[in-house]
Design a protein around this ligand. Structure first.
Ligand code: ZN
Length: 198
């Protein structure tokens, strides 16, 4: 016998697929939603659907954005000859918060992870290499300091080296296994300033 009504069970099941949400959290969220005013629930659901529909990849840097070209790439004040490679849009935002970086970005949407079957073709590397056909002075690799992030950094540096473009890696200061988005702005700025050539 089901403990809850079919609708509640369905909502709990849908919420459980979200990252970090186990069955208990899903139950708590489901009951919270049920107790919310109907209008607020509709607003939340509409926002989710609308965001999912409207968000797209920037045609230049591949970050998630609502326009063809993201605000960073569209800013004429940014130095498009320096490209910082990050794993995801949250990492880009973390660097933007430092207000210390004037170049542009390239968002990979992942890192190479052979155990999960994520190879170079599963992340946005091809797009990065295409960008290097234009005038680029430096590629700063700012992938996470996890095994996957380091593997990706090494792979990219080997690909770029023959082109003669300068390749640098942000300094460690960023804790091992640390995810960029959780690191404070000062540490990120220092890691960027103390980057080393690969
Ligand atoms: Zn962009």
């Amino acid at each position: 016998m089901d403990l809850y009504s079919g609708y509640i069970n369905k909502l709990i099941a849908e919420l459980s697929v979200l990252p970090g949400i186990g069955n208990k959290s899903a139950q708590r969220l489901a009951f919270h939603i049920i107790n919310m005013p109907k209008e607020s629930v509709k607003h939340l659901a509409d926002t989710m659907v609308e965001t999912r529909e409207k968000i797209r990849y920037c045609e230049k840097c591949c970050t998630l954005t609502d326009s063809e070209i993201c605000p960073v790439c569209a800013d004429p004040g940014r130095n498009s000859r320096v490209i910082m490679v990050v794993e995801n849009t949250r990492d880009l935002t973390a660097y933007e918060r430092t207000h210390r970086y004037e170049g542009v970005y390239h968002v990979l949407h992942g890192a190479i992870n052979p155990t999960l079957g994520i190879g170079p073709n599963e992340i946005r590397l091809k797009e990065l290499l295409q960008r290097l056909q234009h005038d680029v002075d430096e590629v700063i690799i700012a992938t996470n300091s996890s095994i996957e992030g380091e593997t990706t950094a090494m792979y990219i540096s080997k690909l770029i080296k023959p082109t003669g473009i300068k390749v640098t890696r942000i300094a460690s200061g960023v804790p091992v296994g640390g995810e960029l988005e959780y690191i404070d702005e000062v540490t990120l700025s220092r890691a960027l300033e103390a980057r080393v050539e690969l």
